[in-house]
Ligand binder design. Structure first.
Ligand code: SF4
Length: 489
């Protein structure tokens, strides 16, 4: 009797196709075994130059893409609440139509090819540049004045606390390093007034992450502004107006990015919030010259009317900085007032009652909502709070008075990051008294009073140099590091 022959390796396929795996971008060579037109299994193709017969588990399970019962054979449309798991099957046409509709708003508003002339660009920066260019081109003869107020890099209406960059620049600054300046997450704020000490909490790692993202979004949004400035310059050149046009480029405020523990916002009189660069281009402004003189945005009207040989008709609070364009090395004696009033403010109410009777209940509401923090600053928040203060910035100094009596004095030549409040220092006592008096005289000033420069700021004797032994020097170095390297996150 003979044993039946059992084929232990029956052929399970009738056709083998060589192709590449599409389960990831490696595109390994595979052999697909089929029987009656159905995939039976997949193995690596030994003759393929990339994977030489090796495939991963994911590649081998590619078969499931075709036959798994859990496989989606049709697109699903959510019909219930988000998260409720209720869907209905739709046809591919309907799915594509819906996706196209959702994306059409973005595509119509801000396609990536903006600001090309061939597409519609409704992104705010591009749109107002287009309108400005149209206005410049429409000038037939004579002088013209165009003011373009870009919203970028301000927080966008729909982007939370971040700027909204044009779609063509989204993600372009995601690897730009964030530089922590001295004063970032300031370690010791015991020299600051009570109001500041109460509102400024050390930044958490989460806030630090958020402000880095905010910084990068601001850079990306500014790239759109950069494009726009280029387009305006090119238009002026084409119209033969560049040679006799003045361009002033500036911002209305700065922004805290971790300095003095504030991860966002402005409002306070510290340098990151109040100091912004101003760039001027024009016939008498020589390329590449830098002036360190103090000017303010209230000086713009006076400067522009001066350059245009016209009369502003009203007494301006600002003064022309035309002389600085000729002599940028000249420091001048400008004193600039910095003021913030969040109602109710005793001194400001009294002043307005005396002068202009237009204070209404509405204004107190408007002030109260600014920045979303209370006047007392009692909210523990890393957003710089709007507080009642007035300050004067002149020479090397800044002197700030808060409504609750808090005072700050900074010598910006010796301490540009405002880490050491000198208001209680004996060496600076005369400067303090002088600036206190100047601020009192100029508070609520008007016209010529505001334009008056300061004279004879008291001299502060430099600190006598101490002789250090070697190990003392070492100690001092360590101490300084602790003061300025305040970042903890
Ligand atoms: S076999 Fe694996 S590694 Fe190769 S393409 Fe497929 S999924 Fe990618």
């Amino acid at each position: 009797m003979t044993e039946p022959v059992i084929n232990t390796s029956p052929r399970t396929w009738d056709e083998v196709k060589t192709t590449t795996c599409y389960m990831c971008a490696c595109r390994c060579g595979i052999k697909v075994y089929l029987k009656d037109g159905t995939v039976k299994y997949i193995e690596g193709n030994r003759d393929h130059p990339v994977n030489k017969g090796v495939i991963c588990g994911k590649g081998a399970s590619g078969i499931k893409q075709h036959y798994s019962p859990a496989r989606l054979s049709k697109p699903l449309m959510r019909v219930g609440e988000r998260g409720s798991g209720e869907f209905r099957e739709v046809e591919w046409e309907e799915a594509l139509r819906t996706a196209t509709l959702w994306l059409s708003e973005i595509r119509n508003k801000d396609p990536r090819s903006c600001p090309s002339a061939k597409v519609r660009c409704n992104y705010h920066t591009d749109l107002i540049t287009k309108k400005a260019i149209r206005d410049i081109k429409s000038v037939r003869k004579g002088p013209f004045y165009v003011q373009i107020d870009y919203e970028a890099p301000h927080d966008g209406a729909t982007s939370g606390n971040n700027a909204e960059p044009p779609s063509r620049y989204i993600g372009t600054a995601r690897r730009t390093p964030f530089r922590k300046l001295p004063g970032f997450n300031e370690r010791d704020i015991s020299d600051k007034p009570k109001l500041i000490r109460r509102t400024a909490k050390r930044l958490t790692p989460r806030e630090f992450k958020g402000l880095k993202k905010r910084y990068r979004k601001q850079l990306e949004a500014l790239r759109g502004v950069d494009d726009s400035v280029g387009r305006i310059i090119r238009t002026l050149k084409k119209e033969n107006e560049l040679g006799n046009t003045y361009i002033f480029f500036q911002s209305d405020n700065g922004y805290f990015l971790g300095e003095h523990r504030y991860s966002k916002s402005k409002f306070l009189a510290y340098e990151p919030s109040v100091r912004v660069p101003m760039a001027v281009r024009g016939p008498i402004a020589k390329e590449g010259r830098v002036s360190h003189a103090i000017v303010s945005n209230v000086d713009l009207a006076a400067t522009i009317t001066n350059l245009a040989h016209t009369d502003p008709r009203l007494a301006t609070d600002g003064r022309s900085f035309k002389p600085l364009l000729r002599r940028p090395g000249h420091r001048g004696n400008r004193a600039v007032l910095l003021e913030s009033y969040l109602y109710p403010s005793g001194p400001l109410d009294a002043h307005l009652d005396k002068t202009r009777p237009f204070v209404t209940g509405d204004q107190s509401k408007a002030g109260g909502s600014a920045g979303g923090a209370s006047a007392s600053g009692a909210t523990a928040s890393s957003s710089a709070p709007p507080l009642n203060y007035s300050a004067i910035r002149t020479g090397n100094y800044k002197y700030i008075e808060y409504a609750d009596g808090g005072r700050e004095l900074y010598d910006l030549k010796a301490d540009r990051y405002e880490l050491h409040n000198k208001v209680h220092s004996k060496r600076y006592r005369k400067v303090y008294r002088y600036l206190e008096d100047q601020l009192d005289k100029r508070r609520f000033c008007d016209g010529a009073e505001c334009r008056k420069g300061v004279r004879h700021i008291p001299y502060v004797k430099p600190k006598p140099k101490k002789k250090h032994h070697k190990h003392h020097k070492h100690k001092k170095h360590k101490h300084q590091k602790g003061q300025t390297g305040g970042a903890s996150s």
